[in-house]
Design a binder for this molecule. Structure first.
Ligand SMILES: Nc1ncnc2c1ncn2[C@@H]1O[C@H](COP(=O)(O)OP(=O)(O)O)[C@@H](O)[C@H]1O
Ligand SMILES: [Mg+2]
Length: 386
């Protein structure tokens, strides 16, 4: 699929913008701070109602304005749809597809993009939560109904936590503990569903990550990745011992381990009043040449790994989606790369239906990706708009 038109009202530093886009590679150039990232952020937002930069939507609304509109026209084969999202400071955001209201979490059904930006270095170097969010975004893109599973699961964790808290406070926990058992079953069933979806995703990503890593890095380094599950071991955020069960067992085995682990951890959970077992405590372990990439990989290696994860995401969606390729967005990527890597990256992304690229210096981007240029200056699209 590809975006044919984007219009913005009061989004970030754009008062108004209207830009027509072609399939293939489109390069947005402009000095730093002009609005290149803001523009591609808006495009990614159209398929997720989430920003890759901030968790708080308020910062997306132009300073001084009360609401924003992001409207994207998206085409796949002969089918055109219009996605419109209204962001409001004082009331909930709203979305429409072809002028009919849809829930925000339904948006991944209509449009998919994969964005790679310098912040994504944290996929490799950051806390487990970054990797969980990466996996879950993709889980939802592959199967949008998981948006519901994940939000139900998160609600169960919150309610279970407050129950643990009141059990601790009351000192007469028997009644709460019976209720806890009910929540445990919900936790196990939704949590297992999420673990299985992530495991299945990691299996799908694995060959693409290996290929993309060597394509980008130009090295035959060995990448390995696997989930580390809190149903099997405690996960302290600083504990980097690699535990790599490449195969995650079938759902009922996971559920069984989940229940057992909850029993083992019951005391600790009551002491700390937090849920210590479940996919919200898991990690995706990334290894490079037998060592955890987090903590061991060099800057360049970490960068290639993060990029490989994103390219692999795009490949997985492309292979599975009935709506065609996701739109691939490369934000400020080329400046970081040497000549060889630039060329290899251009090869790796050249086949996608639409690739949106931002760069401060146009010359950093290989010629074949730079034929269509749009200049961005101070929150306006200066040329190339149709
Ligand atoms: N909500 C907002 N309202 C107004 N300006 C904003 C808002 N959010 C970001 N900006 C401005 O947008 C600019 C950064 O735009 P960005 O797209 O990140 O630049 P670049 O072209 O370097 O990618 C900054 O000047 C920032 O102050
Ligand atoms: Mg930028």
């Amino acid at each position: 699929m590809h975006v044919t038109h984007l219009s913005l009202v009061d989004f970030r530093n754009y008062a108004r913008a209207d830009v027509g886009l072609q399939p293939g590679a489109v390069l947005f150039v402009g000095r730093n701070g002009q609005g290149k990232t803001n523009l591609v952020e808006a495009i990614a937002y159209a398929g997720s109602a989430a920003s890759h930069r901030v968790s708080n939507d308020q910062t997306l609304i132009r300073f001084g304005a009360e609401s924003s509109v992001v409207r994207a026209r998206v085409q796949h084969d002969d089918r055109v749809i219009v996605i419109e999202i209204e962001l409001n400071r004082a009331s909930p955001n709203r979305a429409q597809v072809n002028r009919s209201p849809v829930r925000l979490r339904e948006l991944p059904r209509y449009f998919a993009s994969v964005i790679f930006a310098p912040e994504d270095l944290s996929l490799v170097r950051g806390d487990p939560g970054v990797r969980r969010a990466f996996l879950d975004t993709l889980v939802v893109q592959r199967a949008p109904r998981f948006a519901g599973v994940i939000s139900d699961y998160e609600r169960v964790v919150r309610q279970r936590n407050s129950l643990l808290k009141s059990a601790r406070a009351s000192r007469l926990p028997s009644e709460s503990l019976t209720t806890l058992d009910v929540w445990d079953e919900r936790l196990v069933s939704l949590g297992t569903e999420l673990i299985m979806a992530r495991a299945n995703l990691v299996d799908a990503l694995r060959p693409h990550v290996a290929r993309a890593y060597s394509a980008v890095a130009g090295d035959d380094h060995v990448t390995r990745m696997a989930l580390r599950l809190s149903v099997d071991a405690d996960l302290d955020d600083d504990n980097m011992t690699p535990a790599l069960p490449e195969q995650v067992d079938a759902a009922d085995l996971i559920a069984e381990r989940f229940r057992r682990r909850l029993t083992e951890r019951r005391r600790a959970e009551l002491d700390r009043a937090v849920t210590l077992v479940g996919p919200h405590r898991d990690d995706l372990v990334l290894e490079l040449n037998g060592l955890p990439a987090r903590g061991y990989a060099s800057h360049g290696e970490s960068w290639s790994y993060a990029l490989a994860l994103k390219l692999a995401s795009a490949e997985v969606l492309r292979a599975e989606s009935v709506a065609g390729d996701p739109v691939l967005i490369l934000d400020d990527v080329f400046a970081e790369l040497d000549e060889g890597r630039r060329e290899r990256l251009a090869d790796a992304v050249g086949g996608f239906e639409q690739v949106l690229i931002t760069a401060a210096v146009g010359a950093d981007v290989p010629e074949r990706l730079a034929a269509t240029r749009i200049t961005i200056s101070a929150g306006t699209v200066v040329e190339g708009a149709t």
